[in-house]
Design a protein. Structure first.
Length: 255
């Protein structure tokens, strides 16, 4: 076991706080990140946490699927916060269809790595953060992602439509055959998440989206055992396990 973990650590020498993260996970503690943009360094942090958790429970084969799903969710969360800041700066109203359309066209024209970094910094200045929380035990893994902006009606409608569409496909091949060049379009990443989970024989209903108290929330649950119990069925405000400020958490803040 120790040799396996040493090999794991050698593959993530660039990851910050990796010793404390590994020790905390081994002790059964949850891990909580606070971020403002998904930098390359943050991607490595998330990949490392997933790898250590899955190594602990002998589920390393799920690494690629869980990482891909989580990355898509975090990208959407950081973009949502940046979008709110951008619209505010340009005196555009998110709840006005024409202004929303114009604002999104402006973002698409300007979008670049520099734009992402700039608006990540602006989100930090304004207190718009993304919280990523990992909870794990021998039964399974739960991951929550929260961002500090409400889920817009237009976005909620689009998300629900995409998720419903995703449920109609059996696998990635059928999805690509049906969508062709549109497979990389807006919202398609959510469909990919469902299909990746299906491909691992994980019930896609264990991927949930919602909002409460002005925060957009996403949750992925990964069963490790048949006895795993989902929190599905509770309203968002009834997700009691999703408290990142619990005393048994490892809390990590990154720019």
């Amino acid at each position: 076991m120790e040799a396996g973990h040493d090999d794991l650590m050698s593959r993530y020498t660039d990851v910050q706080d990796r010793e404390s993260i590994r020790a905390g996970i081994e002790a059964g503690r949850r891990v909580v990140f606070v971020a403002y943009t998904l930098s390359n360094a943050m991607e490595r942090q998330l990949d490392f946490v997933i790898a250590v958790i899955l190594k602990k429970y002998d589920k390393a084969d799920l690494q690629s699927t869980i990482y891909s799903c989580l990355k898509e969710i975090v990208v959407n969360a950081t973009k949502a916060n940046a979008k709110h800041v951008f619209f505010d700066e340009n005196n555009l109203k998110l709840d006005q269809p024409e202004e929303y359309k114009r604002g999104m066209e402006m973002i698409k024209e300007q979008l670049s790595e520099k734009w992402i970094d700039t608006y990540g910094a602006k989100c930090k200045e304004r207190g718009f953060q993304v919280t990523i929380e990992f909870e794990h035990d021998e039964q399974g893994l739960r991951i929550w992602v929260r961002n500090d902006t409400d889920l817009l009606h237009a976005d909620e409608k689009r998300i629900r439509e995409k998720l419903a569409e995703g449920m109609s496909y059996e696998d990635l091949l059928s999805f690509y055959m049906a969508n062709g060049d549109q497979a990389e379009g807006e919202g398609m990443g959510l469909v990919m998440n469902l299909l990746l989970l299906k491909g691992e024989n994980i019930n896609p209903a264990l991927f949930r989206l919602g909002y409460v108290d002005g925060k957009t929330m996403a949750r992925i649950e990964i069963p490790f055992q048949d006895s795993f119990q989902s929190v599905r069925g509770s309203p968002p405000e009834g997700w009691p396990d999703g408290n990142p400020n619990r005393a048994d958490s490892i809390n990590l803040l990154y720019d």
